[in-house]
Design a protein around this ligand. Structure first.
Ligand code: ZN
Length: 292
């Protein structure tokens, strides 16, 4: 099932995508108003079943504006260096050569999140080294702490695509400033929708690609993850409660801009497409200039 959040006219709604149409939660009496409220509800399956029903009223997708599939409950939990070849290509800057023994977790501000087709915007007075990172993102659907790897998937509602846009000049300033480099406004594209676990399971064997102006820059498989979804959830929930609506970015594979010779960074007018097989394409245009 594909669960999308969108703007229709002057109002936001959410629904289930079927083909090129999306249903409308506003049609259901007492339905949660947002996907995050849906996840926080004790039984979300009844709303989803009703909205997936072929009899549900729908909009053509082309008549609505897709938004980020949910408003994350708190800052995004992200992973560094979780693909072997990316670990290797980054070692000149990160000085890390051996695979990490545990997931390297860092935060990315929830305020950075934007939806499909929204602009990635940066001010060249703040950063001139803006880079891309396609990632599989996990959406938590059930609360838990000290979750075991065996139980981890029961806590996953579904998956979406993330572009962990990163200001490398800020990220690597004075050693490591990951939170700062990754948290600028508009640096957290998510979408185009959430695909539930009944379709994607543990998300193994999915191809991830990223294109800049239709040129492929990243092309890998989630099979190359050093830490899989269950291990990541076990680690992220160790001594810390995960809540419905939390989002975990699982790391990016090789092919980012800063490791290229010469390094490549995003410029105004670029179109970035991050894609994960079985989920969809997350497309954003880059604009350079101070905030409007
Ligand atoms: Zn990342």
């Amino acid at each position: 099932m594909r669960v999308a959040t969108y703007r229709a006219g002057q109002e936001n709604s959410w629904g289930v995508v079927r083909g090129d149409h999306v249903s409308d939660a506003r049609e259901l009496r007492d339905a949660p108003r947002t996907v995050r409220e849906l996840l926080e509800a004790t039984d979300h399956s009844r709303w989803l079943t009703a909205l997936a029903d072929p009899a549900a009223r729908t909009f053509p997708l082309k008549e609505v504006q897709l938004l980020a599939p949910l408003e994350p409950r708190q800052d995004l939990i992200a992973l560094g260096l979780n693909y072997g070849i990316h670990l290797d290509e980054s070692k000149g800057v990160t000085m890390q050569t051996a695979p990490p023994k545990q997931p390297i977790l860092f935060g990315k501000a929830a305020s950075s999140v934007i939806g499909p087709d929204a602009e990635i915007r940066f001010d060249p007075k703040v950063t001139t080294e803006v880079d891309w990172e396609v990632e599989l993102a996990v959406v938590i659907g059930r609360r838990g702490r000290d979750i075991t790897t065996a139980a981890a998937l029961e806590h996953v509602f579904g998956y979406t695509v993330a572009n962990d846009v990163s200001a490398r000049d800020l990220q690597f300033l004075d050693s490591r400033q990951w939170y700062r480099g990754k948290s600028l406004d508009t640096f957290g594209p998510l979408g185009p929708w959430i695909v539930t676990t009944d379709e994607l399971g543990d998300a193994r064997g999915l191809r991830l690609t990223l294109r800049v102006n239709r040129v492929t820059k990243q092309d890998a498989s989630t099979d190359d993850l050093i830490f899989g979804i269950a291990e990541i959830i076990a680690s992220a929930s160790s001594g810390r409660t995960l809540h419905p609506g939390d989002v975990i970015l699982t790391g990016t594979p090789e092919g980012v801009g800063f490791t290229r010779t010469p390094p490549e960074f995003l410029r105004g007018g670029d179109v970035v497409e991050a894609e994960v097989e079985g989920i969809g394409v997350l497309r954003n245009r880059v604009t350079v200039g101070p905030e409007r």
